[in-house]
Design a protein around this ligand. Structure first.
Ligand SMILES: CC(C)(COP(=O)(O)OP(=O)(O)OC[C@H]1O[C@@H](n2cnc3c(N)ncnc32)[C@H](O)[C@@H]1OP(=O)(O)O)[C@@H](O)C(=O)NCCC(=O)NCCS
Length: 181
């Protein structure tokens, strides 16, 4: 998987050594509350290791899941969150691939409010477009104002609400400009 760098961040693959961070992140209600139709809190490190393995299987040179590591001025580093670029399932009983690619971001509350999510997302969007993806979408729970703001900050265009993905009504953002009315 391609490692990506921004002024403050290193985006690199997750490894098994990151399981404690993954468990800490995904066992939190404030992180999970807007993820999925019925959010489920992670329970143990076995689940964290299984998720890391599943994420690493998504790596195809373009799509993948990155661990976002903060490099501070003093030279120390810590994990802040996750950036995802992956196929998004269509709504429907079988959740078949929709053919579209989604971007997503999950950050640890200790790292909220510092602009890391848009900084990391912008790097992944640049990577996706440089790799030739024609379109990237983001689907946001309508109550998730912070995530909506991240979409706006990276220049994703609001397309209105949509039930096209995940069997849920979401705010849909995409790299494409909305069609003229
Ligand atoms: C979404 C998330 C990544 C945002 O991270 P963050 O570190 O707060 O991002 P930023 O530092 O860029 O700040 C977000 C922006 O949203 C704004 N914001 C925060 N809470 C908000 C709210 N409830 N409503 C509207 N805007 C809000 C902030 O003021 C900021 O905007 P500004 O820079 O113009 O002031 C973080 O909240 C998160 O990981 N949440 C849990 C996982 C999640 O829901 N992911 C999205 C799934 S689609």
């Amino acid at each position: 998987m391609l490692t990506l760098e921004t002024p403050r961040l290193l985006l690199r693959p997750y490894t098994d050594d990151d399981a404690a961070f993954v468990l800490d992140l995904y066992s939190r209600r404030e992180v999970q509350q807007f993820l999925g139709v019925s959010p489920k809190l992670m329970k143990d490190s076995a689940e964290a290791l299984a998720l890391i393995a599943a994420w690493n299987r998504l790596d195809d040179g373009t799509c993948g899941v990155w661990a976002v590591q903060v490099m501070d001025a003093a030279g120390s580093e810590h994990l802040a969150g996750t950036l995802l670029l992956k196929p998004i399932p269509a709504s429907g009983p079988e959740r078949k691939p929709s053919g579209d690619i989604e971007i997503g971001w999950h950050f640890h509350p200790d790292s909220w409010g510092k602009g890391y999510a848009p900084e990391a997302a912008a790097a992944v969007l640049d990577h996706a477009l440089a790799r030739g993806l024609p379109k990237v979408v983001a689907v946001i729970n309508p109550a998730n104002g912070a995530s909506r703001r991240v979409c706006e900050k990276v220049g994703l265009h609001h397309q209105g609400t949509s039930d096209r993905y995940y069997n849920a009504v979401c705010e849909l953002f995409s790299t494409e400009r909305p069609a003229c009315p």
